[in-house]
Design a protein around this ligand. Structure first.
Ligand SMILES: [Zn+2]
Length: 208
C-alpha cells in the first residue's frame, strides 16, 4: 500500500470503525483479538496513523492482522531511501553567538520570536555522529519551537556539521540493508524507532 489515506481507509473498513467526533479520530474493532467492544483507537495525524488497542495487543500483531506493514502507518518522503548521503543544509550564519540560558530545572530557556516570549525546553533530541559522540542537540520547547544547541551550550550550529538524526542506528540499518524511513521531525523518527523500525530525519527542528 502506498498512500496513507488508502491505508487509513483500509483500516477503517477492516475494523468497522466509527468516528469519535473529533476529526481523524476513530474507534473500531481490534483485528488482533476477539473484540466486540471497539477497543481500538485509530487516529489519523498529518503524516502518520496511530493505532492503539486498549486491551494491549501489540502493534506488530495488529498490523499483521490488518495485512499491512508498520511502515504503512507513516508517510515518509521516501520509503525506499537506502545508501543515500544526506544533503548538507545551510548553516545558520551571521548571528551573534548566544550561550543557552539554563533554568533551575536544567532546562534551556530561549526567546521564541514565533511566540514572542521566553519558552522552556520540553524535549531534547541529541544528534550523534558516526563515532558515537554528541554533535549537537535540538531543543524542542513548549509552546512548540526549536533551537539547535552545541555540546558546549551555544544556541547555534556554528562550525557544526549537520547530521541525519540517529546516525549510528541509520548506519547500522544501511549496513544490514534494512529499509530506512525518512520522516519529518525527530518525534516521528523516535516513535518509528520505538516500533523497531529504522528512521531518521534530515530537516530537524533546527532548520525551521
Ligand atoms: Zn486488541
Amino acid at each position: 500500500m502506498n498512500n496513507l489515506r488508502q491505508v487509513f481507509n483500509h483500516i477503517i473498513s477492516r475494523t468497522r470503525a466509527k468516528s469519535m467526533g473529533t476529526a481523524g479520530s476513530f474507534s473500531g474493532l481490534c483485528p488482533s483479538h476477539d473484540d466486540n467492544s471497539a477497543s481500538m483507537s485509530i487516529t489519523m495525524e498529518n503524516d502518520r496513523i496511530l493505532l492503539y488497542c486498549h486491551t494491549g495487543c501489540k502493534i506488530d500483531d495488529i498490523c499483521t492482522s490488518l495485512g499491512i506493514e508498520k511502515y504503512d502507518l507513516f508517510s515518509p518522503s521516501d520509503k525506499t531511501l537506502t545508501n543515500k548521503v544526506p544533503i548538507p543544509l545551510k548553516l545558520v550564519k551571521e548571528q551573534k553567538r548566544m550561550k543557552a540560558n539554563i533554568n533551575a530545572d536544567s532546562k534551556v530557556v530561549f526567546f521564541s520570536s514565533k511566540h514572542k516570549k521566553n519558552v522552556t525546553e520540553s524535549v531534547r533530541y541529541s544528534y550523534i555522529n558516526a563515532d558515537g559522540k554528541t554533535a549537537y542537540h535540538v531543543i524542542r520547547s513548549d509552546p512548540k519551537d526549536f533551537r539547535p544547541m552545541t555540546p558546549d551550550g551555544y544556541l547555534d550550529l556554528e562550525g557544526v556539521e549537520r547530521l541525519p538524526y540517529r546516525l549510528p542506528e541509520l548506519l547500522q540499518g544501511v549496513k544490514e540493508s534494512k529499509p530506512i524511513l525518512l520522516l519529518e521531525g525527530e518525534k516521528d523518527a523516535d516513535s518509528a524507532m520505538d516500533m523497531g523500525l529504522i528512521a531518521t530525519t534530515f530537516v530537524g527542528g533546527a532548520g525551521k
